[in-house]
Design a protein around this ligand. Structure first.
Ligand code: ZN
Length: 139
């Protein structure tokens, strides 16, 4: 998903394309937009109500909503799980994403989608991927 294009972005991505979600919603991108050096500084700035930091977080959420809305419309999930360190350091992004996603979906349709932070760590995700790979390779 990180290399799906965000229409409003034209930043060059390390993958060679421009406008990838990574360029606007990754931790380094959000920190840069907020004018801070790292995730701890971002979390502190957001907690203090720094307008640049909150704006950077909202912009990241809007970008994630923009590129994930098609998947939500296609699959109509009851839950969207937000992975990575950002939602744990700055939980506001989960609410921002919920609100931004609602803006991206069809108005008037009663979407009831929970947006929650992932509870699995890197090892859990790797184990899940290994299990999935084993499941798919058997079919
Ligand atoms: Zn990319």
């Amino acid at each position: 998903m990180g290399h799906a294009r965000v229409p409003q972005s034209s930043r060059r991505c390390y993958c060679g394309k421009t406008g990838c979600l990574e360029t606007v919603a990754s931790i380094p991108a959000v920190c840069q937009a907020a004018g801070v050096d790292d995730l701890d500084a971002l979390a502190g700035s957001v907690a203090r109500g720094d307008k640049n930091a909150r704006g950077a977080l909202r912009q990241a959420a809007e970008s994630v909503a923009c590129v994930s809305a098609a998947a939500v419309l296609l699959m109509s999930p009851s839950r969207v799980v937000v992975g990575g360190e950002l939602p744990h350091a700055c939980p506001q992004i989960v609410t921002d994403l919920h609100d931004a996603l609602a803006e991206e979906l069809i108005p008037g349709v009663p979407w009831d989608i929970d947006v929650v932070p992932a509870i699995l760590d890197d090892e859990d995700r790797a184990m899940g991927a290994a299990i999935a790979a084993g499941t798919y390779s058997q079919g």
